[in-house]
Design a protein. Structure first.
Length: 473
């Protein structure tokens, strides 16, 4: 059997972290087994689906490196792979199910159906208990699947083991609305059957739909795929990650300068582990090790701080040349203009130090604004450090000592300033923090001596002077 798996996002929002994780697990499974990974677009919600969201989904999957073998954007033997292009097929499938007796038309009014629902509720039965095939057949209306009342729907979930649903708790559900549009249940199942999907791996939130899909699959006379329900994602606050939460969209991470390899690595750990507590591994290692049966059934926690940490690990492991190229747009964004080559060489001088201290690329920009004319004092840092006794004296002495340094290199600057601290009887924190705030405007910059070296002598002295004026003013 050749593995054929799919991810089926709805273009009603950006690609959500949960859908990206589902895509990633399907992709890993396909690549591990030399199978086929398919991208289907579930756009039956015509009102909320947009071309822009579809584009975002495709872009985000490409950015993550999850290439697909068939589907929207790349084509394949099944045509378009958008559900909106297959209404005739769903209508035909519904008609076939009516013809075989597995489904029926229902033209009862909403009021009639509501009365049946209420009656079931009063008797503490499943709301759909009385929604069954009426005695008198009609030839129009919505199409409902006729659910055999006494056979439980049982299946073996690759992640969750044996799962059983009582059929009497499943009402005769609508598969085709009276306006001819398919429900998710029909469209999804017909596609999975037509595309010969061998395994359906999707979020556990869709578990209640699965018995319905199994019933449709059987009624269509097709074989059931394997199912794997992936654990739900929670935030660190213990609340379920919300699908349409802006900050949970993949494109946000891309736009914020995260590295796709780091995001890939992090997402792969949401419900799976490679071995023991190893957290950093390559795509190829993940492909070699991945199997759906190893996915955990416990909820997974999506922790943005861990993702930032991991991104930092990936940034540190990046080739320095490549890091500089990746950082440049972020440095330019931080100062709001492009840099000429002389200015860029100032960044290059500290880029190794910045690389060590960057968790995600915009931080690279924030750390080096001081290197350029456009820097400003960070008010909080200024208030905290500069109001202390003795600060004007430290600034003045440092300015005098540094003015005498001939070879403007980090080691010489350090020697001079350490000598000054010793003579003045000052600890490093007390003596150097004011210099850092005066020269870099902040209390977070690359190490001080290297920062001064990269900024240059003239500018360093001018800023020490400027800070003294601010204090005196
Ligand atoms: N379209 C569904 C979603 O975006 C997924 C459907 C499925 O995987 O069956 O959640």
């Amino acid at each position: 059997m050749t593995v054929r798996v799919r991810v089926a996002p709805s273009p009603t929002g950006h690609l959500h972290v949960g859908t990206a994780r589902a895509a990633l697990f399907n992709w890993l499974y396909a690549r591990h087994h030399g199978g086929t990974f398919i991208l289907r677009i579930d756009d039956t919600d015509r009102e909320r689906s947009t071309a822009a969201y579809e584009e975002d989904i495709l872009d985000s999957l490409r950015w993550l490196g999850l290439d697909w073998d068939e589907g929207v954007g790349v084509g394949g033997p099944h045509g378009d792979y958008r559900q909106s292009s297959r209404y005739e097929r769903y209508q035909q499938a519904a008609a076939d199910l009516v013809a075989s007796g597995a489904a029926y038309y229902d033209n009862r009014s909403p009021d009639e159906l509501e009365a049946l629902r209420r009656r079931a509720e009063e008797e503490h039965l499943h709301p759909g208990h009385y929604i069954r095939r009426p005695e008198k057949a009609v030839a129009e209306g919505a199409v409902r699947l006729s659910v055999p009342p006494d056979q439980p729907v049982v299946f073996e979930d690759l992640v969750r083991g044996k799962i059983s649903f009582e059929a009497r708790d499943i009402d005769d559900f609508v598969i085709l609305r009276s306006d001819g549009t398919p429900t998710y249940h029909l469209a999804s199942t017909v596609d999975d059957v037509d595309y010969d999907i061998t395994h359906v791996a999707r979020g556990e939130d869709l578990l209640p739909s699965t018995p319905k899909h199994i019933l449709i699959t059987r009624a269509l006379g097709a074989g059931e795929p394997g199912y794997a329900h992936l654990p739900l994602l929670f935030g660190t606050d213990g609340k379920k990650l919300s699908k349409r939460h802006g900050a949970e969209s993949l494109s946000t991470y891309r736009d914020e300068g995260y590295l796709p390899d780091a995001v890939f690595n992090y997402l792969s750990l949401l419900g799976w582990s490679i071995d023991g507590d190893r957290t950093i591994f390559t795509r190829d290692e993940a492909i070699a090790a991945f199997d759906l049966i190893d996915v955990s059934r416990n909820p997974a926690v999506f922790d943005p701080d861990k993702l930032s940490w991991m991104n930092g690990e990936y940034i540190r492991a990046t080739d320095p040349e490549e890091f500089r190229a990746m950082a440049r747009p972020h440095v330019e964004a931080a100062i709001g203009r492009s840099l000429d080559e002389e200015e860029w060489s100032r960044f290059e001088e500290v880029s190794d130090l910045v690389q060590e201290r960057t968790r995600f690329l915009p931080e690279a920009g924030e750390q080096v604004v001081f290197l350029f004319e456009d820097f400003e004092y960070d008010q909080a840092a200024w208030d905290k450090v500069m109001a202390k006794d003795g600060v004007p004296g430290i600034l003045k002495t440092a300015q005098e000592r540094l003015a005498a340094v001939d070879d403007w290199a980090a080691a010489d600057i350090e020697a001079v300033l350490r000598g000054m601290l010793e003579e003045m009887g000052l600890g490093a924190a007390k003596g150097l923090q004011p210099l850092r705030v005066a020269v870099t405007g902040t209390s977070v910059s690359p190490p001080l001596f290297e920062s001064l070296a990269a900024l240059g002598k003239e500018k360093t002295l001018a800023r020490l002077e400027q800070a003294q004026r601010e204090l005196a003013g």
